[in-house]
Design a protein around this ligand. Sequence first.
Ligand SMILES: [Zn+2]
Length: 435
Amino acid sequence: MLIIRSKYLIPDLEKCIENGAVAVKGTKIHCVGTFDEMKMLAGIEKIIDLGNAAILPGLINTHTHLDLTNLHNRIKPTANFTHWIFQLLGARIRWKEEDYTSSIEKGVRYCIEAGTTTVADIANTEYSFSVLKKRPLRKVVYKEVIDLNPDHAKDVITKIRSELSDPGHENVNHPPMPPPFTGGNRGEDRRRPDLFRIGISPHAPYSVSKELYHAISQLVRETDMPVCTHIAETQDEIEFLTKGSGNFPVFLRQLRAMPASWQPPGITPVAYLKGTGILDNHPILIHCNYITDEEISLIKYSGASVAFCPRSHLFFGHAGHPVQKLLDAGVNVGLGTDSLASNDTLSILDEMKFLSHHSGISPKTLLSLATVNGAKALGWESHIGQITEGFEADLCGIALPETRGKDVYHQLLGAGSKNIFTMVSGIICYQASFL
Ligand SMILES: [Zn+2]
């Protein structure tokens, strides 16, 4: 048994234990308390003292694209989202396998060094599956699906279903997929917090047809796969869906991806999702930058979660995010970094620090967004997101600044606080050299 101790231990949102410690046995949390209590336990093999630090539940990143990590500082900030996508497509047009794999590897390292223990990652290629499968990070890897042509929906879903029925298939054209659901309690299956789980991500309403969204929704209902989608990210998206005009039709015609028969549904993005059935699959709704009060009610009623990416939001110069309205309405909101093509770090702690300076959200609530809410978004709130007996041993240790007179939550979000320790499933993945 391993004991990890520090000046503070914050096992959940209700408690902060001074001179706290956690006992880890195998992959699970054995017990939690003060160090004086923990040191009396039998069978202690090792004690790690993090010193002037706070031990927290491992941080959870509810939205990222690790395969874009090598594009850091390669894409110019622009308020025109379609220009950003063009830059992105151009920057990786000649990428080969090693460019993708090195990008994903680097992304994993950055996450672990930042105290992140779980990620919800989007896979644009099969390399995300093959690389992430072996890495010491808890993750849902979502197969990205893009096709706006309604005539293709049947073929696309048939191909995905065939990959599902052949889970051992692993080559360039066919990423490995989860086996089909074979029985038992589907809800239980989804709630098992595997280190590697495969989900599906219909990309966005401007890149996926209504027919394909509908077919994916059916598939998710049958298999209980986790699902996420980008939604209400830009004003352009609203204009495209409500009127069929703006930058997206121009962009899609340039890519020859605009179906001749396409007609705007004439409704807002979340209402559109409701019509496809996806909203009822407990999806993670990525961004939700531009939504109405009616859409907030739809999200709340559906039980979907929102992934808010604060610094990526700033990168694109969006108007203020409705995060407070979502929280007030009781919607589950988690934090995401998005990719390094629109952010500077893959650190959820940095997102919390940013929000503590640029929003009125309290430090305790920020901690919940980064831990329990992230766990809930993935359906894993009974296993991760808290340091509780029987939960997975996913932890991080944040060094505290040498400030006095502030509570630990404010110290955590102060200048100089930095992750120094990361454990996933009882394995120490990162430890600062001075420890
Ligand atoms: Zn994204």
